[in-house]
Ligand binder design. Sequence first.
Ligand code: GLU
Length: 388
Amino acid sequence: MRLSDRVNRVTPSMTLAISAKAKAMQADGLDVCSFSAGEPDFDTPDHIKAAAKQALDQGKTRYGPAAGEPALRAAIAHKLRTENQLNYGPENIIVTNGGKHSLYDLMMVLLNAGDEVIIPAPYWVSYPEMVKLADGVPVIVETTAATGYKITPDQLAQAITPRTRLFVLNSPSNPTGMVYSPEEIRALAQVVEAHDLLVVSDEIYEKILYGPTTHLSIGAVSEASFERTVISSGFAKAFAMTGWRIGYLAGPVALIKAMNTLQSHSTSNVCTFAQYGAIAALEGPQDCVETMRQAFEQRRRVIVDRINAMPGLACVEPEGAFYVFANISATGLSSLDFCNTLLEEKHVATIPGVAFGAEGNIRVSYATDLDTIERGMDRLEAFVKTRL
Ligand code: GLU
């Protein structure tokens, strides 16, 4: 079969591939401890499910506007205004088939062949591949544990060329769990303004923060910064709605219109009755979000302490999201060999750092229960001991 150059340029998502492999092994009766997908183990809160069921019963089963139900776009705009100090109206919002879809659409409507997109590494697995699918060029800027895996304003300024079209900022970060402080965000905003750069701020983990950590959207720093920012987010992580596939993007009207055109020829609207669940998520009680956050915080404490107590492994304490990024270089194994052997020998699923542009590390998702964490860490420890 002759396939397009476009699809031949990209590799399949390793997060999805390893998660599927772990699930298949579990279906075969194996006791797998899975730390692979960034998927909360909680069920979607009842009031959200009830709203979608009610919408289904009320006949919300037909095509809707490609950009999303007007009531959902209004609820998202209200959330961004009141929670994030981002002055958007419903016309600035498009509802998409998940955060991943928002970002894919964005690359498709923004990039021409050869346009550059600045992506700090470690990065979420799909960012560079989406850029390549849109004929763009990912410009990877490496960061290290020493700077908390954060891009510095100098690094950002140095990566800018006349071909730069976009800067991808993700805080809290997948895969490191690092969160840019308000001061760090303001410093990056200065570079964005000075160079008239466009930034997409992926804020899907904004509600999963630990300790005194706070989230500041780069779009809220100043009017100049707001004009140069688009926001990508969704419902999957904060409300345990991964399978619902509802995300959104907020930005200038011209951009939203272009994305709407693209969606009108590709996906049409997101599942109509599911969007009513999303409205309930935004407008209903928020204590469910806090309950899940507290559970993640408890798990983070256990997993970070276990990993840092293991000879040969080390991690920086994450400040948000539900990932630990652990350095495995003392084992001498490539991250791919490490994860494959760990899965085969010990039935523990993790994601190799190479998928995130950071060899010598693994990503461990702690969106799973404490018992699995304890058993999985016992196995990981036993595995690492045999490799030192
Ligand atoms: N974003 C999640 C992760 O990184 C889900 C899988 C994916 O879409 O890549 O594990």
